[in-house]
Design a protein around this ligand. Structure first.
Ligand code: NDP
Length: 281
């Protein structure tokens, strides 16, 4: 019988996860069934779906919008959390082994792995992260663990960036010892090794208010799948650029490894999946 996996979300029909995990499984000749699970957007429904899935023999589940925080709370009360899930305050990967439910967060390490696969150096890097929502929060600890020198968190609402830093510092000693600053996005100036866009502005097509005095060697946008003004801006200034398609694959590869104990060849899967999604390989 094939091992069963799901991704739980609302909406969920757009999710690329089944295609990605199927491609990974083919690399190892593994017989898996990975399906999308639409769930009503409330806590009780989410818990009912998770319990029915794992009690029915499900092996692993991914969690996406709007359930990542609910999954975090549920694992905190009824299971255990990985260090990355604790730092992110959110869970994107659920596993059930030996009667214990574990919540993990692979988004941030997925981003780090993608950046390293591009041969962009992180050790000693001066990093700016634009955005202070859930995605930004999840990448801060993995970036610090990767050895960056400093990180400036810029946001449209600067108090949200400072609140995020204060909260993370209270809960993680590595983050509290790190060089972290905050500012308003339009006040972000200077030369950075890497600038990451972790805002959802790409969904609207609007442009971030970026200073002329802001430069970098590498620019990364967590969004993917369409022309992104943020990347065009830094491409015009001579920076190397990448969108978040590799992060999407990276977080999936780490979930796959948690569940099945083998790490897929992400670049081999990438071209195949990109072709069917009409995105840049
Ligand atoms: P949130 O809603 O939690 O956070 C949104 C952030 O964007 C906030 O910092 C908000 O600022 C800022 N923002 C929203 N609209 C604007 C705007 N018009 N101008 C300037 N800033 C704006 O979203 P997430 O953190 O969950 O997601 C952020 C992005 O990351 C999304 O595009 C998502 O698709 C992407 N992502 C990609 C992944 C991947 O695998 N590639 C994985 C996870 C996320 P403020 O605080 O002022 O409201």
């Amino acid at each position: 019988m094939s091992a069963h996996f799901i991704v739980i979300g609302n909406p969920i029909s757009h999710s690329k996860s089944p295609m990605i995990h199927d491609a990974f499984a083919r690399q190892f000749g593994l017989d898996i069934r990975y399906s999308r699970q639409l769930c009503p957007a409330d806590r009780d429904s989410f818990i009912a779906v998770v319990e029915a899935f794992f009690h029915g023999g499900g092996v692993g589940a991914n969690v996406t919008v709007p359930f990542k925080q609910i999954a975090f709370d549920y694992c905190q009360q009824n299971g255990q959390l990985s260090g990355n899930a604790k730092a992110a305050g959110a869970v994107n990967t659920l596993s059930y082994q030996n009667g214990v439910l574990t919540g993990d967060n692979t988004d941030g390490q997925g981003l780090v792995n993608d950046i390293l696969s591009l041969n962009w150096p992180l050790t000693g890097a001066k990093v700016a992260l634009i955005g202070a929502g859930g995605a930004a929060r999840g990448v801060i600890l993995p970036l610090i663990e990767a050895g960056i020198k400093s990180i400036t968190i810029a946001n449209r609402t600067p108090s949200n960036a400072q609140d995020l830093i204060d909260d993370l510092r209270q809960n993680n000693s590595m983050i509290s010892a790190a060089d972290i600053q905050s500012c308003e996005t339009k006040a972000l100036t200077g030369d950075f090794d890497l600038i990451i866009n972790a805002t959802s502005i790409g969904l609207t097509g609007d442009k971030l208010p970026l200073s002329d005095e802001l430069t970098c060697r590498y620019a990364y946008d967590m969004m993917y799948g369409k022309a992104l003004p943020f990347l065009n801006h830094f491409n015009d200034k001579g920076a190397a650029t990448a969108d978040g398609f590799g992060m999407l694959l990276g977080q999936a590869a780490l979930s796959f490894e948690r569940w099945l104990g083998v790490y897929p060849n992400v670049s081999a899967a990438r071209a195949e999946i990109a072709a069917s999604l009409s995105v840049k390989p």
